[in-house]
Design a protein around this ligand. Structure first.
Ligand SMILES: [Zn+2]
Ligand SMILES: [Zn+2]
Length: 286
């Protein structure tokens, strides 16, 4: 079964007087960007920038999926909760565009990255994919394979996905559309493989910069996080975003983010893992 984009085209783009970019979607459908990073991980967008840009893009739902921790996701959750209490300008007015958050994580497994959505605890990193799947499922989360077969970043191979499926491990969806270079070259192969696997297909921007938030998305019937979950489980979600080219940023920006990703983020992740381990043993760390 091949899923085609059927709800949004380039001509559907509109810009409101307030500068809010929207994509018209079929009545009753919403767009979710379920893969993005903040500057509490290896992204460059602050939690506040993420919220602002998600709204500007007309997204109804976002998942923050930093690598191996939930701090960026919790920070976005705090900001949204404060906004709901005070209004976006602190004036008690309700936010103009409702935006819902799914707490997510991109787990670094020994076999490649795995997205866990609807989680409240990050699975342990650098373990086999089976363990990450078990930990996500134990929390009632959804397992999504990001940038499948990707060669530029650690990604699950076709053979590894086949092995997991044959062992009965639940994979809820494949990220069929991810505009990063990690994914584009393999998309055709993934589509072919999924004709056999018949897994749900979703899209996510994998944005590390605010300019890329929403350039890929998952279209689903409904509006709420729970409706997104059901749409993925029932394979009624579709990947979207191909209709608009991804904004190109100056090369230096990518180089700097790459350096950040290699030099700054790993020590922070190691420190968090140590802190969580100590907390787990009852040691209070401030
Ligand atoms: Zn990844
Ligand atoms: Zn990612």
């Amino acid at each position: 079964m091949t899923k085609e984009l059927s709800f949004a085209t380039a001509s559907d783009h509109q810009t409101s007087p307030a500068g809010t970019m929207t994509l018209m979607t079929a009545a009753g459908y919403s767009r979710a960007d379920i893969h993005m990073h903040t500057n509490l991980g290896d992204g460059w967008a602050s939690p506040a920038q993420v919220i602002k840009e998600a709204r500007r893009r007309g997204l109804r739902l976002i998942a923050i999926t930093d690598h191996d921790h939930l701090e960026g996701a919790w920070r976005v959750a705090e900001l949204l909760a404060r906004e709901q209490a005070l209004g976006p300008d602190g004036d008690g007015q309700e936010a103009a565009t409702p935006l819902e958050l799914v707490i997510g994580v991109e787990v670094t497994t020994r076999d490649g990255h795995l997205l866990g959505l609807f989680v409240d605890k990050p699975p342990r990193a650098q373990r086999p994919a089976e363990e990450a799947i078990d930990e996500i499922k134990a929390q009632g989360g959804l397992v999504v394979v990001p940038h499948p077969f990707g060669r530029l970043v650690p990604s699950l191979s076709r053979a590894r996905i086949e092995e997991l499926l044959s062992k009965g491990y639940c994979i809820d969806a494949l990220e069929m559309y991810n505009p990063s270079p990690a994914n584009a070259s393999q998309r055709h192969m993934v589509r072919l493989a999924n004709q056999e696997w018949q897994l749900a297909e979703v899209g996510g921007s994998d944005a590390h910069f605010w300019q890329h938030i929403g350039v890929a998305y998952t279209l689903f019937p409904g509006q709420s996080a729970e409706e997104l979950r059901q749409a993925i489980l029932l394979r009624r979600a579709t990947p979207g975003g191909q209709e608009v080219p991804t904004p190109r940023l100056p090369l230096g920006v990518y180089v700097a983010q790459c350096a950040w990703s290699w030099l700054v983020d790993p020590p922070r992740r190691a420190w968090r893992a140590r802190r969580n381990h100590q907390n787990h043993r009852g040691v209070v760390v401030r």
